[in-house]
Write a protein that binds this ligand. Sequence first.
Ligand SMILES: O=C(O)c1cc(C(=O)O)oc(=O)c1
Length: 315
Amino acid sequence: MTQADKPVSGPFEKTRGWLDWCEGPSRPDFVLPPGSVDSHCHVFGPGAEFAYAPERKYTPCDASKAQLFALRDHLGFARNVIVQATCHGADNSAMVDACLASGGRARGVATVRRSVTDEALQRLHDAGVRGVRFNFVKRLVDFTPKDELMEIAGRIARLGWHVVIYFEAVDLPELWDFFTALPTTVVVDHMGRPDVTKPVDGPDFALFLKFMRDNPNVWAKVSGAERLSVSGPPALNGERRPYRDFAPFARKVVETFPERVIWGTDWPHPNLKDHMPDDGLLVDILPSIAPTADLQRRLLVDNPMRLYWPEETGV
Ligand SMILES: O=C(O)c1cc(C(=O)O)oc(=O)c1
């Protein structure tokens, strides 16, 4: 990457201490199964073209569609699922622009308000959007009333979309009744953010496993190692077994619910505080969370294809 390509925020001033995504990631040792999907990633701006939302809680460095697609090719992924980042609020233009430019190799997950029209939903669908994201992480978004979210869920269900939820593990009991009333497939971002310093077979994680066991419409993204890991070691400096504290949690979910798990890089990794992973090394954690070729294929190919490109799988 040349100096001219370095991540900036265009007309926007980045949040103090912002960590930019890793330039020149290594090539993974782990060879992804053919047709693998990076099922959780974002685009940021570029801010000069797609302004960041006035209500945003952070201002990132730019991370364009071209940079995302270059990473996809470098790591060996075939496709992306681009999740609307909170710094763009409910203006889905940057994500939609990336989906449209992908030649059918990206699907999207949008953020919409109650005021969204049926025509706007249809345009999102035509661009490749297949889900909406409901965010309950207080540092990222302002509160949206649950009746508004339930109304949106009812409308998008008719399009065959699903709901992606992002929340902190401690909030699961309070949100349980709302989540279990959702009328669609429900996909949990970053495994519901478990505290990985606690035992994997302890009561906290047991609640998340029960949530999945009792509700067969609930899927999990076993992603977020770089943000949930406490003791690391981080995916830096050639480390081939990073985030060893996170791996048992993800592996437990993958082995227990192999037909309802997906994974993504989370590039460009918003809001990391202490390090920015080398995405090539991050991919190398996959065999520790999905130890067999069969589990790897389900996690990276079969499951995301069923959710995002069902027309290609005959489902
Ligand atoms: O934990 C986070 O800070 C975070 C933020 C966002 C976003 O701002 O959309 O997305 C994620 O997947 C994770």
